[in-house]
Design a protein around this ligand. Structure first.
Ligand code: FE2
Length: 131
């Protein structure tokens, strides 16, 4: 049987435009709110057109010692230039980036996923320390 997890691709985000870039502090204060920004194409721009675009990004946190990750949030990007005039005629585009604000008492791993309508599922991860 096909495994969904194996369909998530990853690479160095500096060279691969689909990998969600995770920007957050290396260490955050215990129980203090902090921001996590997800973006696509920070180094190599990804297209944002009616026919080729990023649909969503998702952020999860897997706290050390916990069995399962927790979904922090998902951002959907739903405007890609389409209009009654046709593809790329509206001039309205949702940029594929989002900032989530969260807190935790435990260190762990920030996990990000993204979906390109042409090139499929992508993932990335970043360690988070708590002091
Ligand atoms: Fe793509």
């Amino acid at each position: 049987m096909e495994n969904l997890g194996e369909l998530f691709q990853t690479a160095d985000w500096k060279a691969e435009k689909h990998v969600p870039v995770i920007e957050a502090a290396e260490t955050v204060g215990k129980g203090e709110m902090f921001n996590v920004t997800l973006s696509i194409g920070k180094e190599v721009a990804h297209p944002n057109t009616t026919v080729h675009h990023i649909r969503w990004v998702g952020l999860y946190f897997h706290a050390a010692g916990e069995k399962f990750p927790v979904e922090i949030g998902t951002a959907q990007f739903t405007a890609h230039g389409e209009s009654a005039e046709g593809a790329d005629k509206s001039t309205i585009y949702t940029h594929h980036g989002a900032t989530f604000t969260m807190k935790t008492d435990k260190p762990g791993t920030l996990l990000a996923s993204s979906y390109c309508n042409i090139h499929g599922l992508w993932r990335n991860a970043k360690s988070l320390n708590v002091k």
